[in-house]
Design a protein around this ligand. Structure first.
Ligand code: NDP
Length: 444
């Protein structure tokens, strides 16, 4: 459609050198063609032009000192993308690869993901190119405090509510919350992923991984045996991957491989998750150390080869663009039945098109991994009510939300002429909700 191409051209001109952001915008805008055809008012009101421009983009200096007394400077980001349906909401990523393009791609995706959860949350994202690997606890604390010393003035329970992402877990959230409280003298729900004794929600730690598997379970409803006995490959060994494996194993799947940025392990007898948790959550070690405890397993340097392992279910849960066309081809040749994206945009556009064209079950990240932010929304609700719900209560709400995301994505795909295509379905369902709110609010 000519109109969409001209918007894309405009966005590309205004955002040079931002390939990840453009990749996300192109993917979503292309899938909105039938929506614009049916709703010309979105074109007249310039909804696409407005939704692709963040409401606010903040970049700031983060100066901190290491244990040896040496000074360092990093860059902090917070992109407040869209608040049409609620306060900006989205995680913070600390990883050397972080730049404005990556933060914007994540923030843009977050708008639609949050809309799908049925909860009132806008979209945002932030982070820093700070590398937490190899840093001491005190260095992490000083970095988080320096980061929050600037960020605090831009966020708040009703304004913008960050959370964790790659490199930001419970420890980092704790240090940032502490610094916010110190500066503002307020105990408020301005960040999620908090500790259980100071406002956190049960199931938040497990939520993205569990939610991913609940979503995949929904996709597999018509498939014989579903997850039961299914061979499953999960990339990553961080928060999302660990709890995806936990839930998949509980539902009877056999998870045989996991990875980190160094390489992957293959354990044909099934991954022993207790060992992974000890290595990754407690001791912060490398995944190859798994072999010290399970010598029957195999370790391969480099993480890309993990997709060569034949599997029925693939759950990419490490990072963006980790499945390229080659990997997608291998997965398809090996008979993959379902792909559920735990990570954000883990499939390149070529790989995503191949999954859609092949007609396999394909749950895109913005739908399949929305359980994390959904449970963050539940954390905010509990904080507002000054209460806390039990594990079963939060878990069953999470399950219902994942079912509803599947249903609304699947229905939207059907309604807009692409039955079974959850990429189109998730984009359309999320977009319409936000677009209608923007229409209601008038021009801004
Ligand atoms: P973690 O930091 O806990 O774990 C990330 C995992 O991915 C680690 O095993 C890491 O290996 C690996 N990894 C990171 N970067 C790369 C890379 N460039 N190449 C290969 N492997 C890499 O992060 P999360 O589990 O929280 O996040 C994983 C993905 O899920 C991200 O895309 C994130 O945006 C997405 N996500 C997370 C949510 C959450 O609630 N946590 C919610 C929704 C999406 P290593 O340790 O060696 O770096």
């Amino acid at each position: 459609m000519e109109y969409i191409e001209s918007v894309l051209q405009d966005v590309a001109l205004r955002n040079p050198n931002q390939p990840e952001f453009m990749q996300a915008v192109e993917e979503i805008l292309h899938s909105l063609k039938p929506v614009i055809a049916k709703h010309p008012e979105y074109k007249d009101l310039k909804i696409l032009e407005r939704i692709t421009e963040p409401e606010r983009q903040i970049m700031f200096r983060v100066a901190w000192q290491d244990d040896a007394g040496k000074n360092h400077v990093n860059r902090g980001y917070r992109v407040e993308f869209n608040s049409a349906i609620g306060p900006f909401k989205g995680g913070l990523r600390f990883h050397p690869s972080v730049n404005l393009s990556i933060v914007k791609f994540l923030g843009f995706e977050q708008i639609f993901k949050n809309a799908l959860t049925t909860l009132p949350m806008g979209g945002g994202k932030g982070g820093s190119e700070f590398d937490p690997k190899g840093k001491s606890d005190s260095e992490i604390m000083r970095f988080c405090q320096a980061f929050m010393t600037e960020l605090y003035r831009h966020i708040g329970a009703d304004t913008d509510v960050p959370a964790g992402d790659i490199g930001v877990g419970g420890r980092e959230v704790g240090y940032m919350y502490g610094q916010y409280k110190r500066i503002t003298n307020r105990s408020e729900s301005m960040i999620t992923g908090k500790g259980l004794h100071w406002g956190g929600s049960l199931v938040r730690t497990e939520a993205t991984g569990y939610g991913l598997v609940y979503f995949v379970d929904e996709m597999l409803k018509g498939v014989k045996n579903g997850l039961d006995g299914a061979t499953c490959v999960v990339s990553g060994s961080g928060n999302v991957a660990i709890y995806a494996v936990e839930k998949a194993q509980q539902l009877g799947a056999k998870c045989v491989a996991m990875s980190d940025s160094g390489g992957y392990i293959y354990d044909p007898d099934g991954i022993k998750l207790d060992t992974i948790k000890q290595l990754k959550e407690v001791e912060r070690r490398r995944i190859k150390d798994y072999l010290e405890f399970h010598p029957g397993a195999k370790y391969v340097d480099g993480c890309g080869g993990i997709w060569d392992i034949p599997c029925k279910i693939a759950l990419p849960s490490a990072t963006q663009n980790e499945i390229d066309g080659e990997a997608a081809k291998t997965l398809l040749n090996n008979g993959v039945v379902a792909i559920g994206e735990g990570a954000n945009m883990p499939s390149t556009p070529e790989a995503a098109d191949m999954f859609v064209d092949a007609g396999v079950l394909y749950g895109p990240g913005k739908a399949a991994n929305a359980g994390g932010v959904a449970t963050s929304g539940l954390e905010m609700q509990q904080n507002d009510m000054r209460t806390s719900w039990c594990f079963e209560d939060v878990d069953s709400r999470l399950k219902n939300i994942m079912k509803s995301i599947y249903t609304s994505s699947s229905n939207a795909a059907e309604e807009y002429g692409c039955p079974g295509n959850l990429v189109v379905g998730a984009n359309v369902a999320g977009f319409i909700k936000v677009a209608n709110a923007m229409v209601d609010h008038g021009l801004m």
